[in-house]
Design a protein around this ligand. Sequence first.
Ligand SMILES: *[C@@H]1O[C@H](CO)[C@@H](O)[C@H](O)[C@H]1NC(C)=O
Length: 293
Amino acid sequence: MHLVATLALAGAILASLASAHPTPRAPSGHDHIHANCLASALMSRDDYAHLLRKRAAPVTDWSYEGATGPAFWSTINPNYTTCAMGTKQSPINLTPAETMSAAAPLTFMYPQTFAEVEVANLGRTVEVVVPAETAFIMRDGVSYSLVQFHVHAPSEHHVMSNQFDAEVHFVHRNPADPAALHVVGLFLSRSTAAANAPGKSMISWLDTFLAAVPAAPGEMVKVPNFPIGGVPALLEMSGPYWQYEGSLTTPPCSEGVRWVVANAPLTVSGSTISGLHSFMPFNARFTQKNVKP
Ligand SMILES: *[C@@H]1O[C@H](CO)[C@@H](O)[C@H](O)[C@H]1NC(C)=O
């Protein structure tokens, strides 16, 4: 593909994802807490202070509470009617009615590091935007490229009515069919049982991510040499895997999204979870009752 076409596609992907993404909230008094909670993370935010900062997110019209909250998304914008009328909405309460497999139903082709990523505080979530078409998953012969990953706290999916402390969504898109999305979900669960934690190299992506998030909603910072290499091994040891066809969990709630959710949570420290809450308000859509054919 020509460079210009590649850049145009990347721009289209980012623009369309931005429309499905949260906006900055008003700054709260909690923002300063995170620096203390995450002081042990690999690098401090000051390590990136010399790098370019810019506005990260457009304003959107929906939220997680009150009259613009999830129960009302379909009424606040005609583009969001799928949020109410859809029949394959996400998240769901995962039960044995869904397909589960012992082995991951996909293969990962991620690099060890990204040369540079953009870490954004979008107010309603925190997100890492990765370089276009540099990390892939393969599922049923189709290749999907990682576009970004972001966090919800508490988890959006439930497993047999249990909710976890947080959930990371790795959002992939088929470059040949930009409407075709594939999201891989990983639960986070707070625990003092460090013995359960995988090796440091397997979670350095999470530490690096959270240490770099700008304090102010709407800000973005560029982070070089981002260590993504631990993600495939981590996901491959977090099975078994739930699979179903669903939607975006934020407006416009578009369907046609393939989901794989790892059943076993990654155990993290309490300070990681409280650090997440210092950036974001509650940001989990309630579980959806889908129509089964
Ligand atoms: C609905 O989406 C279209 C296409 O993205 C956009 O041009 C339009 O402004 C949106 N409508 C509203 C009310 O936001």
